[in-house]
Design a protein. Structure first.
Length: 454
């Protein structure tokens, strides 16, 4: 137990250091984008950033999160050669798909700008977003696999902090419109992926051989062999798509119904609220390979201790940020630009939703890393239905506040639902403050047909 705690403490410290750097880099990017490009041009940039984040999720096909689980589980039992084969197969598939989607964005960007968004000024930037779409697909898959190998600090840095910092340098160097900034952002993302690939190359000795397992391994908690990569990936693809849709569809729908300035203001409020999400993802990224390894070894007591540890840290750290968003929304927005103060009410709403999500930090990751991807898929499909219904109902009526309501309710639903299911399926790893799962929901989620993991 002491070894687990010591293992976890060092990555947490480094992980929070990376997250602090990420917050500074992204706030600097948002600040400079708003002040140098102007609110309208910043709105175009945020639309392109949202499109690339959402569309690249299709390119990853859930393989990124599946690789995190497979790398952690295989390397946890010293199955280096198996991990290498899985890595190459997964990254190869994502590279092909990501390039296809990037080309599709480049060819269809002008049509999207004119017909869907009704804003011809968006066309040049959306065409150049093709670089970022392909780059996010490949780079985020490599960094997710890197997290599975235990190099969580590097994974967080390259996926979330390095490319925003490089994009800030592009603004300082002279990028003065959305198209130029999106182009440099795409180049920065590809460069981050190149660094991740270099780390794998330098670490290649870990992936040369499989160690013969003794009769007692793995322990009683899990199957002896991992399922095929795509078997793990398909349910997680739905999870990834829903999570991306929750933050993307309200912005994209608002972009169809409002002008670029309103989209820019709401996008900034949304990205401030996602500072909490950054902290939660940091904790989940650090814990994910340990979740997978402990579950495969059958050490459920240690799994529960680790789960509640990251939940407590996420609740405390995320709660403080949410409190600031609810109490001081105008102050936070004015730091970026006085023109963004109009998004104060949406920021308060988003902060409330993230507060509930922070209370249940890491429960979605726990389900994903313990072979419950199918259940997580159904939970996320329910989120998708909610965010779509609320978006089409509220955004036409109350604009940005409606987009915030749709996002906040779906976000809170995800955290609460994952905690309820985790407590039901993994009693030994039960999170704090998990509500009981009603029998009706248990039936709808098909949990009665699943063996309980105790």
């Amino acid at each position: 137990m002491q070894r687990i705690v010591l293992f976890f403490q060092r990555p947490v410290v480094a992980g929070f250091g990376v997250r602090a750097f990420e917050v500074v880099a992204k706030l600097a990017l948002y600040l400079l984008t708003a002040r140098i490009l102007g609110v309208a041009e910043a709105g175009l940039f945020f639309l392109c950033l949202t499109w690339s984040s959402w569309f690249s999720t299709f390119g990853r096909m859930g393989i990124d999160r599946a690789l995190t689980r497979h790398m952690g589980a295989e390397l946890g039992l010293s199955q280096g050669a198996t991990a290498r084969r899985t890595l190459l197969a997964g990254v190869g598939r994502v590279t092909v798909t990501g390039l296809v989607l990037g080309i599709a964005t480049g060819l269809g960007g002008t049509t999207l700008a004119h017909i869907v968004f009704g804003d011809p000024a968006l066309a040049p930037a959306l065409v150049h977003t093709s670089i970022a779409v392909a780059g996010m697909s490949v780079t985020f898959t490599l960094t997710a696999a890197l997290a599975g190998t235990g190099r969580t600090t590097w994974a967080q840095f390259l996926q979330n902090a390095f490319w925003p910092a490089l994009t800030v340098l592009a603004v300082i160097a002279g990028a003065r419109d959305a198209a130029s900034l999106v182009t440099w952002m795409g180049v920065a993302i590809w460069f981050s992926g190149g660094v991740a690939g270099l780390i794998f190359f330098c670490d290649r000795t870990r992936f040369r051989h499989d160690t013969t397992l003794s009769a007692g391994e793995p322990a009683s908690g899990s199957a002896g062999h991992m399922p095929p990569l795509m078997t793990t990936a398909w349910p997680l693809m739905v999870v990834e798509l829903v999570q991306a849709t929750i933050v993307s569809v309200p912005v994209l729908l608002l972009g169809v119904m409002a002008d670029a300035a309103d989209v820019g203001a709401f996008s900034v409020a949304l990205r401030i609220s996602m500072l909490v999400w950054m902290v939660l993802v940091s904790l989940g990224t650090v814990a994910s390979p340990r979740f997978a390894a402990l579950h495969r070894k059958g050490d459920l007591d240690s799994l529960g201790h680790l789960n509640r540890q990251i939940q407590l840290i996420g609740t405390v750290t995320g709660g403080f940020v949410c409190l600031a968003m609810i109490v001081l929304p105008e102050t936070l927005l004015a730091i970026l630009s006085p023109d963004f103060i109009t998004a104060a009410v949406p920021l308060m709403i988003l902060g409330a939703g993230q507060a509930i999500n922070a209370l249940y930090t890491g429960q979605d990751v726990l389900l994903a890393m313990t072979g419950n991807g199918g259940t997580l898929q159904r939970l996320n499909l329910a989120q998708l239905v909610v965010v779509l219904l609320l978006s089409v109902s509220f955004i036409p009526l109350i604009g940005a506040s409606g987009a915030a309501l749709a996002t906040a309710i779906a976000t809170a639903q995800g955290g609460l639902g994952a905690a309820m299911v985790a407590a039901s399926l993994l009693p030994a790893a039960r999170p704090f403050a998990a509500l009981p799962l009603p029998a009706t929901l248990r039936h709808l989620l098909a949990l009665n047909r699943q063996p309980s993991t105790t």
